[in-house]
Design a protein around this ligand. Structure first.
Ligand code: ADE
Length: 230
């Protein structure tokens, strides 16, 4: 899978996408993550990517021309499944979307900045808008890193133990059960007895009950959804 991230702040994306599972997926050649500096597609000496808003409101707007040039250049190299714009207006990212995106070959993610982008980009060049939650970030880079991280870890082979993706929270709309490691007793805070029992069927049953209970208590709207679909 290839992900091209178009940004005015390439440095912001370096560290988040160079560690742990994402780094390993890149090293193994499972994910080719390419950071594209939008300023490389400007033509003026100052490498301008933004301008004042028509209508006089405060806040700079990202110009259509460099964005169009960057996307057109990338599209001349290969076909893309989606051209994503990171925006608080978009569909809110969830595990289902991450699963779907992880099956794609090539993605472009355009990071928003300043007050936003010229609306014609959204009308003519973007195929999907994704938000990472109902709050406003300074720019789309952290959102692009979040999207890339949760997608790349799902590519088959990215994780050493594929089982661990299947048992993630949200994979079946349930929160994950509590997990523990040694010591079994720390300052009198004990690991639940059942996990030490070696009885796999009983452990599975306990974990399922814990998942249901935690989902009902912590995310009642998710729980309603599961009950509705059951
Ligand atoms: N850009 C600014 N805020 C954002 C958000 N919540 N999600 C995605 N992109 C954003």
């Amino acid at each position: 899978m290839r992900i091209d991230i178009i940004t005015v702040l390439p440095e912001l994306l370096e560290s988040p996408l160079n560690h742990s599972i994402v780094k390993r997926a890149r090293d193994k050649g499972l994910a080719d993550i390419n950071i594209v500096n939008l300023r490389d597609f400007t033509t003026d000496k100052r490498r301008t990517v933004d301008d004042y808003q028509y209508g006089g409101d405060a806040g700079m707007v990202m110009m259509i021309e460099p964005i169009d040039k960057a996307i057109t250049y990338l599209k001349s190299q290969r076909d893309y499944d989606e051209v994503i714009y990171t925006s608080p207006d978009g569909e809110v990212l969830n595990q289902k979307t991450a699963n779907t995106l992880s099956t794609y070959q090539n993605l472009i993610i355009l990071c928003g900045h300043y007050k936003g982008i010229d609306h014609r980009v959204r009308e003519h060049l973007i195929t999907r808008e994704i938000s990472i939650g109902d709050y406003v970030l300074t720019g789309g880079e952290l959102a692009a890193a979040v999207i890339t991280d949760c997608v790349v870890r799902l590519i088959p082979g990215a994780m050493s133990d594929n089982e661990s993706a299947l048992s993630d929270s949200f994979q079946d709309n349930l929160l994950a059960p509590p997990i523990y490691t040694r010591p079994a007793d720390y300052k009198g805070w004990k690991v639940p007895e059942i996990l030490l029992s070696g009885n796999e069927a009983a452990i599975d049953q306990w974990q399922m009950e814990q998942s249901m209970e935690r989902t009902k208590r912590l995310r009642p709207e998710l729980y309603q959804c599961i009950m509705h679909n059951a």
